[in-house]
Design a protein around this ligand. Structure first.
Ligand SMILES: Cc1cc2nc3c(=O)[nH]c(=O)nc-3n(C[C@H](O)[C@H](O)[C@H](O)COP(=O)(O)OP(=O)(O)OC[C@H]3O[C@@H](n4cnc5c(N)ncnc54)[C@H](O)[C@@H]3O)c2cc1C
Length: 263
């Protein structure tokens, strides 16, 4: 049975990268005053394609809850239907969605966290970061992480694909416990920042942390697991698998690793 959908109007669309054809979208629900979800969750967008077939795709919500509004971050996938439908959507157009869905959410109460994303996988990390470090509203400027160390390791090929870079740099400048680590896999010679894959920098964070705190001790079978750090990974399957393997090699429990795969 088809799920009930509800309409959302595109208020604003911004091209984040011409070369990667990635867009930031701001929507508002047409006939609802609030959209209740937990940062990190995704919604399903529904549209009919050129052959009259109903298509549904998942998109991570790229913002923390704010009344009836939500943001998305979507890049065109060559030959794909839905990503191109959204990328071509004019401001003012209405789409159908259902949700929220998913379990890619922050552990509560907050503990230390490593966010690992590539490409548009940064979308839920933006929602997490907005939730932890609000810039507007009554708690503007607060640190809802309780001063915990939060790392955001973000990998793309080129500098022009560091989506929301200014936002993450601003949060890192305002909160010394938020560490933004963007890395380029195809950096030009003049790039003075980090180079290579996210795995390398996650490995560095783990090694530094182990030097101070020691390795994560194994959790006995059947014991209730309490952890002082979680890793949240979002992006394409290859990267997600590699980071999960790395964490397993460092003795991390599977419940300490929360992930969302886009493909
Ligand atoms: C839980 C979840 C959340 C998601 N959130 C986002 C999001 O926030 N932003 C976003 O852009 N996409 C997101 N996706 C991917 C999205 O659902 C679509 O798969 C994507 O937009 C391609 O849809 P399409 O109809 O254009 O292409 P399709 O015809 O569905 O796919 C074409 C091919 O591209 C592959 N593919 C899918 N996604 C990508 C990608 N991002 N890069 C390269 N290849 C890909 C597919 O495996 C397939 O082989 C998410 C997926 C899931 C499961």
């Amino acid at each position: 049975m088809a799920r009930e959908t509800f309409p959302a109007r595109l208020l604003k669309k911004v091209c984040l990268s011409e070369s990667a054809q990635c867009y930031h979208f701001e929507f508002e629900l047409v006939d609802r005053e609030s959209f209740v979800y937990t940062p990190g969750q995704f919604l399903s967008a529904v549209a009919v394609d050129g052959n009259g077939k109903t298509q549904t795709r998942a998109y991570s919500i790229a913002s923390a809850p704010a009344a009836n509004r939500f943001d998305l971050c979507v890049n065109r996938v060559e030959g794909g239907f839905f990503s191109n439908y959204l990328a071509d959507l004019p401001e003012g157009a209405v789409i159908q969605i259902h949700g929220p869905h998913g379990h890619f959410v922050l552990h509560q109460p907050p503990v230390e966290a490593i966010f690992v994303a590539t490409g548009t996988g940064i979308a839920p990390m933006r929602a997490f970061t907005q939730e932890l470090f609000p810039e507007t509203g009554p708690e503007a400027g607060a640190d809802r992480s309780g001063g915990r160390e939060i790392w955001c390791v973000y990998g793309t090929r080129h500098e022009s694909e560091l989506y929301y870079r200014e936002y993450f740099e601003r949060i890192a400048a305002a909160h010394s416990n938020f560490h933004y680590i963007p890395t380029l896999s195809r950096a030009p010679q003049e790039w003075t920042g980090h180079r290579g894959y996210v795995q390398h920098y996650v490995g560095q964070i783990l090694a530094q942390r182990e030097e101070v705190k020691g390795k994560t001790p194994p959790v006995p079978e059947g014991a209730a697991a309490e952890f002082d750090i979680y890793t949240y990974i979002c992006g394409l399957n290859n990267m997600v698998s590699e980071v999960r393997n790395l964490l397993a090699e460092h003795g991390w429990h599977r419940k300490q690793v929360v992930f969302e795969r886009y493909d």
